[in-house]
Design a binder for this molecule. Sequence first.
Ligand code: 6A9
Length: 740
Amino acid sequence: KFWGTYRPQVYMGMKTKSPQSLVTGLMWLRQHERYQSELPLRHTCEHGDKLLKYGWLAHDGVNFGIQDVVEQGYSLRTSFVKVPGGRHGGEWTWRVTGTQVGVTGASPVTISLFFYAATDGQGKLISVVKDTKNGRYLTQINGETEELGKFKIIFPAENTGVDTRYHTVSTKAEGLHKLKEAALRKMQATIEKSGNNKDKVLYFLGDSASHRNPPGAKSDVVFHQVTLKLPFEIDIIFESETSSRKSQLSGETFTQELAQWKEKFDQNFEERFPLKDKGYDSAKIAFAKAMLSNMVGGIGYFYGHSLVQSENQKTPVKYWDAGLLTAVPSRSFFPRGFLWDEGFHQLLISKWDRTISEEIIEHWLNLLNKDGWIPREQILGEEARSKVPAEFVVQQNKNANPPTLFLAIESILKGFNKDEINEHDTRFLKKIFPRLEVWYKWFNTTQVGTAPFSYRWRGRKEGTDDELNPKTLTSGLDDYPRSSHPSQDERHIDLRCWMAVASGTMAKIAKVVDPDSAPKFEATHKLLTNHRIMNELHWSAEMGLFSDYGNHSDRVYLTRKTFQPAQPNQRPYTKMVRIEKQKPKLRFTDTFGYVSLFPFLLQILKPDSQQLTQILEDLSARDLLWTEYGLRSLSKRDPLYMKRNTEHDPPYWRGAVWINMNYLAVRALKRYSQPGSRNSEKAAKLYQELRSNLVNNIYNEYARSGYVWESYNDMTGKGQGTHPFTGWSALVVLMMSEQY
Ligand code: 6A9
């Protein structure tokens, strides 16, 4: 697992799991195109590229992958196979296959592919170039880096059609976040005849280009430009000097090895997710395979440091440099690690390949600081930072995020052999336990509320009338309504439930690795799952729902007000501000939505409890949370349902259907449908309906739009927000296979 597609932010790229890794990648453009100011050169995954679809169809996280990238009029298939061996992390071959799609008889499209290799501050790359009648042809790159030793990247000539043109350039870039700029600097438009037309085409024309290398650049980059007509098939081979492989992995050998891996993948998939047995047709199974593959193929390796603000410092300080292997929520819009997303990701990944999950969990836990805190959003390295607006970069060291890694660990524990925990399992638990303990303690000291056994998310803005309801980014549910006036007296039911889960899992692990400490976790678990205490703190008897508590008024509104700046010569301006038509007071917030479901979602309620009966009844009410597309986040009858938070801030968790929460709901319904309780029949019925609503809608939207989405519209079922979002929305695979 040294080499991998650990650059999920680009359409196709590979690097090694090491700091200052050599990176390889692909850019492309369609020639003879009319374009305005922005050149249609594809590189990082962008909404603005408007691709019809892209993503892995098959990817096992280790050995191979097959991805389709579909553009208007043509598609590219990028596949790779890795080969272990040698002393430097193995070798690989990529294949790019171009196909024309759409109208038959249309004149063939001309594509330029730009393969590149780039260093990140260490190592060297030497181009081996041959001048041919088709241009300057880069036959191979000879390179060397600390961790790869000597290697070759070979560009075989087999697929040279008569019309194929070659160009190459060796250049420099300011860093890995500036590779596209480095390419564009060296590219020149020339006029070329094609048929009767004279068109603009873009080639590397060496040093006649107007721009020179930037000073002080730290990346060496070599580009291999191949310009050819569709259809085509091209291989690129990475060979290590220390490998012992006899035949080159290309051509027919590659075709065969790829087919073998694909077959194995299909078998493994069927074994782990038996979807045929569940009655799914081949289209839905292919969809599920793509979901898993994008989750696994979206794993990235990032290296760098967070910027952290603590109370003790005037300005943010650097966290230490560290590497992070992590799945990402979205390759296009947030290609980086998010703490609570990761727990959901690992629920799926651990069922595919437990060793990958274990490694990722260990990586995350290594980011704990001495206090026991893990930053919520991991923006590591220049490439990651280049995608984030400055105001989002700094992480606050008082801010939490749900400890969902416990869900993933719990799910991994379930897979253990109960009678005899083997050496591997014990080693894993021993490794993570001390870190989990510090993390758990951090929550139990910094995130507790004033009332005994209560918890409170930090990081809400106090004393502001800028927002309709001050956000709780830390909870992961951003603008989901909490008490209108944040204060010390608040208590949050979702955080309390997360801690109930955490204490339960801690107790289970402790029993294996540190039995003496188990009773204290068990005691906490007992307290946090005690119905009487939970009801006292959070059950709003008047409304019949679990609720947050705090200083709250539900009669708050945004209105436009005019302000006169201090300087008399400046013009008055207007702004939306919050006004209250009723003073806040300490009370239950009585909001019905995802947060009120937590004792059910995290299965803290006893199967026979009256509260569960109430929740199940409310779940199916169509004017509250139930929709044909899944459960919406906030009751349609809530005063803040689909309300903007500021004039610039549209509703996010105020109505939309989110898949992580729906996965927990489906999972809980399955558990509560076990016969023997008075709630089981109702739960069983809801389980079937909710599961099929979700699976059908996510699948239909994928078929319609080509993508999986961040959330789904509660009125139309349409995907919305960022895409592809094969983070937690990919949990649909577990719903299909009924693995919880
Ligand atoms: C904004 C914009 C190019 C928001 O999936 C990641 C998180 C979730 O953890 C959270 O629960 N998302 C959810 O409410 C996306 C957060 C993106 C923040 C970055 C910067 C990038 O501009």
